[in-house]
Ligand binder design. Structure first.
Ligand code: FAD
Length: 521
C-alpha cells in the first residue's frame, strides 16, 4: 500500500456517517487500539475504531512516557520478550516515530552508603541493557553505551544531587516520549490518513466476534455495526466486554514538579528506595520544562474508575525517596500536579505465593473468546506495534480475512523523519517536537482557518504554559478534539497542572470557536 493521499478520513466525535459494516471493528483507542487500527487498515482491511471517551482517555496517558528496552524481562530470564521490547524501542526511535522519541540519559547516583550489592546489580543491569541494545541492532549513536561518571560529571548533569558522600554515578540510556497521548493521537491520525474510520464518544455496549452494539455518547442513539472480526483493546476495561478476561490492575502514581525545583537537571535520575537493592524512584525531566517523579506499584482491586486518583501515602512515599537523593528537600507544596494510571495486568494464574502481582502477567496476551472476538491486553506502550500485529494476525486467521502482511515495522507515523531532517526544519521547536515534519501543516492550517498572524498563533498560552493556539486549532481540525477537556487533557497535557489548565482554558475555548467558523467544518 502506498502512502496516504487525498483528503484524510479525519478523526471525529460521535457516530454520524460511520459505516454499518466493516472488515474489522477495534474497540478502544489507547495506544493498543490505535495500533490495531493502523495495522489493520495498512493490510488493506476496512476499519472502524471507536472509543467511549476520547483518544488516549485510559492508561495510555498516565505512563512514565518512556520507551523501554526489556531489562525487567531479562532479569526474569525471559530473553525473547526482552529482545522483542528492545527491538520495538529501536523501531520507534529509528523508523516509526523518531520525532516523538528521543534518547534519555539516566543517572544512578553512587554514594558512600550505596550497598555493594546495589552497585554490582546496577552496573550489571546497565551492561545487560547495552547487550539488549546491540542484540536489537540499535546503534550507539541512537542510544549511547553506559559508562561510569565521576562525582564532578554527576553533579554537572544533576546539580541538585546531595553532595555529601557522592562518589559519582552510572549513566545509561533509554527512550523518552515527547508525550504518551501524542503518540496515541499520531498513530490514530496515521490510521485515519490511510482510511480508517476513527470515532471518539462511541461506546461499545456489547460485542461479539462479528458485531458491536454502539452508543453515540453525543446523541444517545444506539446502533449495530457488523464486522468480519472484532478486536477488544479496552485495557483495564477489557473484562467488561470479554467474560474470559480477568484483570488485576495495579496503580502507578507520578508527581509533577516545576523545573525550577531541581534547577539545571539535564538527566533523569534513578533515586534508590532506601533499604532496597533494586527499587528506584525515577525523576524525569520533561520536554515542556516540568519534572515527573514516579512511580509506585500498588494493587488496585475493585471497580475500575474512569480516572484513577493518586493517594496521599503514595505522594508522600515518592517525596521521601527523592529527598534522600537530592540536597534540597521537596515539600508537598512543590507538587503542582499528580496522576495515577492502572496497569492492565492479566490474571494468568492468580497472585504468587507472596500475594504479589505475578510478573508474567506484564507480557501481552491475545485471547480469542467464545464468539470469536479477539482481546489484546497487557504489554506496554513500547510494544504496542507488536501487540497490534499479533492481534490482527489472530483476527485475520480466525475470520479468514483477505489481508496483506503486517507493514507497520517499516511504516513511519505522520511527521516522522530522521533526526537530521527534523533538526533542519524552520518551524518553531515546540511544533517540530510534537508534530515532526507536520509542523508546517499545523501552522499552515491554523493560519488558514483563523486568518491570524503567527504572533498570536505561536504565543505561549501563558508564561508557564508553552501550548500555542496553532496546535489547539489543529487538534480540532485534524485530531478529533471535541471540547476543552480533549484539548487540555489529551491533545496537550496542560491539564496535568491544575493551575496551568485554568490559565489555558480561554485559549482552548478560542480554538474551538475559531475552528467552528472554518468553512471546512
Ligand atoms: C503508571 C504507569 C506507567 C507506565 N509507564 C510506561 C512507560 O513508561 N513505558 C511503557 O512502554 N509503558 C508504560 N506503561 C504501560 C502502558 O501505559 C500501558 O500498557 C498501555 O498504555 C495500555 O494501553 P491500552 O491501549 O491497552 O489501554 P488504554 O490506554 O487504557 O486504552 C483503553 C481504551 O478503551 C476505551 N474503552 C474502554 N471501554 C470501552 C467501551 N466499552 N467502548 C469503547 N471504548 C472503551 C477507554 O476509554 C480507553 O481509551 C505504564 C503504565 C502505567 C499504569
Amino acid at each position: 500500500m502506498s502512502a496516504p493521499t487525498g483528503t484524510p478520513t479525519r478523526i471525529r466525535a460521535g457516530l454520524s456517517d460511520a459505516p454499518e459494516q466493516v472488515d474489522l471493528v477495534v474497540v478502544g483507542l489507547g495506544v493498543t487500539g490505535a495500533g490495531v487500527a493502523l495495522d489493520a487498515v495498512t493490510r488493506g482491511l476496512s476499519v472502524l475504531a471507536v472509543d467511549a471517551h476520547d483518544l488516549a482517555f485510559g492508561t495510555s496517558r498516565w505512563s512514565s512516557k518512556m520507551v523501554h528496552g526489556g531489562l525487567r524481562y531479562l532479569a526474569q530470564g525471559q530473553v525473547g520478550v526482552a529482545h522483542e521490547s528492545a527491538v520495538e524501542r529501536g523501531t520507534l526511535m529509528k523508523t516509526t516515530a523518531p520525532h516523538l522519541v528521543r534518547a534519555m540519559p539516566m543517572l544512578i547516583p553512587l554514594t558512600t552508603s550505596t550497598p555493594a550489592l546495589q552497585r554490582v546489580l546496577s552496573r550489571s543491569g546497565l551492561a545487560a541493557g547495552d547487550l539488549l541494545r546491540r542484540g536489537a541492532r540499535t546503534s550507539a549513536e541512537t542510544l549511547p553505551t553506559p559508562r561510569r561518571l565521576s562525582r564532578t560529571e554527576a553533579l554537572a548533569m544533576a546539580p541538585g544531587l546531595r553532595p555529601a558522600g557522592l562518589r559519582g554515578g552510572l549513566l545509561g540510556w533509554d527512550g523518552q516520549l515527547e508525550d504518551d497521548a501524542r503518540l496515541v493521537t499520531t498513530i490514530a491520525r496515521t490510521a485515519a490518513a490511510y482510511g480508517a474510520h476513527v470515532r471518539t464518544r462511541a461506546r461499545v455496549l456489547h460485542a461479539s466476534g462479528t458485531s458491536v452494539a454502539l452508543r453515540d455518547e453525543l446523541t444517545g442513539a444506539t446502533r449495530t455495526v457488523r464486522a468480519r472480526s472484532v478486536v477488544n483493546a479496552t485495557g483495564v476495561w477489557a473484562g467488561d466486554l470479554a467474560e474470559e478476561v480477568t484483570l488485576r490492575p495495579s496503580r502507578g502514581t507520578h508527581l509533577v514538579l516545576r523545573g525550577d525545583r531541581l534547577p539545571g537537571l539535564r538527566t533523569s535520575v534513578f533515586a534508590p528506595v532506601p533499604g532496597s537493592t533494586n527499587r528506584f524512584v525515577m525523576v524525569l525531566p520533561q520536554p515542556d520544562g516540568t519534572i515527573y517523579v514516579g512511580l509506585t506499584d500498588e494493587p488496585a482491586p475493585g471497580p475500575v474508575p474512569d480516572v484513577p486518583q493518586p493517594t496521599e501515602p503514595e505522594i508522600g512515599f515518592l517525596l521521601d525517596v527523592v529527598a534522600a537523593t537530592f540536597a534540597e528537600p521537596l515539600h508537598r507544596t512543590d507538587v503542582v500536579g499528580a496522576y495515577a494510571g492502572l496497569r492492565p495486568l492479566l490474571d494468568v494464574a492468580g497472585p504468587d505465593a507472596a500475594g504479589q502481582t505475578a510478573d508474567l502477567s506484564r507480557r501481552h496476551a491475545v485471547l480469542t473468546g467464545r464468539t470469536g472476538m479477539v482481546t489484546v491486553v497487557g504489554g506496554k506502550l513500547t510494544t504496542y506495534r507488536r501487540m497490534a500485529q499479533d492481534a490482527v494476525d489472530t483476527a485475520v486467521a480466525g475470520a479468514g480475512l483477505d489481508a496483506g502482511p503486517c507493514r507497520t515495522a517499516t511504516l513511519p507515523l505522520l511527521g516522522a523523519a530522521p533526526r537530521s531532517v527534523l533538526d533542519a526544519l524552520e518551524e518553531p521547536a515546540r511544533l517540530v517536537r510534537r508534530f515532526g515534519t507536520d509542523a508546517a501543516l499545523v501552522l499552515g492550517t491554523a493560519r488558514e482557518v483563523t486568518g491570524l498572524g503567527d504572533d498570536e498563533l505561536l504565543a505561549p498560552a501563558a508564561p508557564t504554559v508553552p501550548v500555542t493556539l496553532a496546535e489547539l486549532v489543529f487538534a480540532v481540525t485534524h485530531e478529533g478534539a471535541h471540547d476543552v477537556d480533549d484539548l487540555l487533557e489529551r491533545r496537550t497535557r496542560v491539564g496535568l497542572v491544575g493551575a496551568d489548565r485554568a490559565l489555558a482554558e480561554p485559549a482552548a475555548e478560542r480554538a474551538l470557536a475559531l475552528a467552528a467558523m472554518s468553512p471546512g467544518r
